[in-house]
Design a protein around this ligand. Structure first.
Ligand code: URA
Length: 238
């Protein structure tokens, strides 16, 4: 159980600066259990708290864990330069509470992207020691050959890497389609591995991280959802 003043609650949930949150409260825009609360000093229990702000319901969350079906032409970087950032696909509150992508997908890669404002979670998920498999569907420019599959499975040498990198699994899904599972998360890894093996990645999609799949989440391109405990447990290496 923990109690916080109402202005702090609103600020922690990303409604804006403390000053702005106080103004929201004093204007009567914040409702809890059907009752307007216009004193920002009111202490409220955060466990199970549901706020209504401007007629929209918000469940209090100490941290948020989000899955986004990233569309193409969005950047994961904090300061996007050529395309809009992925945060523009989420409610503004998440930018205020400093939600960030967990790792990165290239601007032209689609698929499952995790996002959170929980620093230790982001750090743990991004750690190379974690070995969380990530499943990618790659469309190749040249035909997929058995030699290509074998090379990706046995390991290819990338510039700036001390040792060859191998796919955990690699299955041909069509003339120009591969399903690749990687445990590492190196910069442009799939594209660089395909290039090092003499092909070229024409399109890339991530369908799964650990045991969490886009299909099970039921997300369509551009959609997002909160991840609850059971779904987060699927991200822990087995
Ligand atoms: N590998 C890549 O090359 N790009 C991505 O976006 C993800 C993995």
């Amino acid at each position: 159980m923990s109690k916080l003043s109402l202005d702090r609650v609103l600020q922690s949930q990303g409604f804006g600066t403390r000053k702005y949150c106080r103004a929201l409260i004093e204007d009567g825009d914040v409702v809890i259990n059907g009752e307007v609360h216009d004193n920002y000093k009111t202490l409220v229990e955060t466990d199970g708290l549901v706020l209504t702000v401007f007629d929209e319901e918000w469940t209090y969350r100490e941290h948020v864990y989000i899955a986004l079906y990233k569309p193409s032409n969005f950047e994961c970087s904090r300061k996007p330069s050529h395309h809009p950032g992925v945060l523009t696909l989420l409610p503004e509150q998440f930018t205020w509470r400093d939600v960030q992508p967990v790792g990165r997908l290239d601007h032209d890669t689609t698929g499952l992207l995790l996002m959170s404002d929980d620093g230790p979670f982001i750090h743990a998920q991004s750690s190379p020691k974690r070995h969380i498999p990530k499943v990618y569907q790659a469309t190749t420019q040249e035909h997929v050959t058995q030699t290509l599959v074998d090379q990706l499975l046995s390991g290819v040498q990338l510039h700036d890497e001390p040792a060859p990198l191998a796919a955990q699994s690699c299955v041909q899904r069509g003339d120009h389609q591969l399903e690749i599972v990687l445990e590492q998360g190196k910069y442009h890894q799939v594209k660089r591995m395909l290039a090092a093996a003499g092909n070229h990645c024409a399109a890339l999609h991530r369908s799964q991280i650990g045991g969490l799949t886009l299909e099970a989440l039921g997300l369509k391109e551009g959609e997002w959802c909160y991840l609850e405990r059971a779904q987060l447990e699927l991200l822990v290496p087995g």
